[in-house]
Write a protein that binds this ligand. Structure first.
Ligand code: SAM
Length: 248
């Protein structure tokens, strides 16, 4: 059977598409796209005339069956989303899982991903991190999710929508306090790319200072809680007090 290629596309700057991605998009039989109109603009820009079909949340099951059939018949397929890496808070999981189940060859091209781009420049620890996609839109459930970060010692990465970003930062302050390091990465790879670094309070103040700052695309990163025990274990405390008389 032929190959399903996972092809990342730019998250802003069109120059971020790789030569290999362009070559793949040109040479496959089909491009399965989250939004074909959106993808046509990209294809037009790079003068690629490969046929497209839609694959999104609402037709992924049906399209998956059809695409697997075509792959088995020897037709190759490239999967793209509107921006960045497919399957990362984007459609494609159902298709890739099915291809694996059916022994169809799947190859992913490396490329743009907002979460990884933001994390690598954040200055927050990258040795361990958790990507959690989008937070719930309502403050109740969102605070509930944020509570789970209370004891977390590693970095958390979220995608956030412009109309919610300020409320979310305020929920971060409410649930986790003002001690965590917050990094808000905005408009990555675009003209007004910005990193806002500070406490939840200072990041909220930055957003509030000018409503224009709340427009655009955001990656929100939250540092882990400091990994030092707040209290010494009892044995250490006992040892310290026994040493007290002999210490200067
Ligand atoms: N699959 C994509 C990827 O690999 O990054 C993510 C798709 S998700 C539906 C879209 C979200 O990604 C946006 O709401 C925003 O949180 C984030 N995002 C995408 N492009 C971005 C950019 N240029 N700057 C900051 N965040 C971005």
């Amino acid at each position: 059977s032929a190959t399903l290629y996972i092809v990342p596309t730019p998250i802003g700057n069109l120059d971020d598409i790789s030569p290999r991605a362009l070559e793949t998009l040109k040479s496959v039989n089909w491009i399965a796209a989250e939004d074909t109109r959106h993808t046509h603009k990209l294809l037009q820009h790079f003068t690629i005339s490969t046929r497209t079909m839609s694959l999104h949340e609402h037709n992924e099951d049906k399209r998956t069956a059809m695409l697997c059939q075509r792959l088995k018949e020897g037709e190759s397929v490239a999967l793209v989303s509107d921006a960045g890496t497919p399957l990362i808070s984007d459609p494609g999981f159902v298709l890739v899982r099915r291809c694996r189940e059916e022994g169809i060859n799947v190859i992913a091209l490396p490329g743009p991903c907002a979460a990884i781009t933001a994390l690598s420049a954040s200055g927050l620890p990258t040795d361990r991190f958790m990507f959690e996609g989008f937070l719930p839109p309502k403050t109740g459930p969102r605070s509930h999710v944020l509570e789970t970060l209370k004891e977390r010692t590693f970095t958390t990465v979220y995608y956030e929508a412009p109309r919610r970003v300020l409320d979310t930062i305020n929920d971060v302050k409410k649930t986790l306090g003002n001690e965590r390091h917050i990094v808000l990465a905005k408009e990555l790879t675009k003209t007004f790319e910005t990193y806002v670094v500070g406490s939840a309070e200072s990041v909220a103040e930055w957003l509030e200072a000018d409503p224009v700052r709340q427009k655009g695309e955001f990656v929100l990163m939250i540092s882990g809680v400091e990994d030092v025990p707040r209290e010494l274990p009892p044995e250490a405390l006992a040892l310290l007090s026994s040493l007290k008389p002999v210490l200067p």
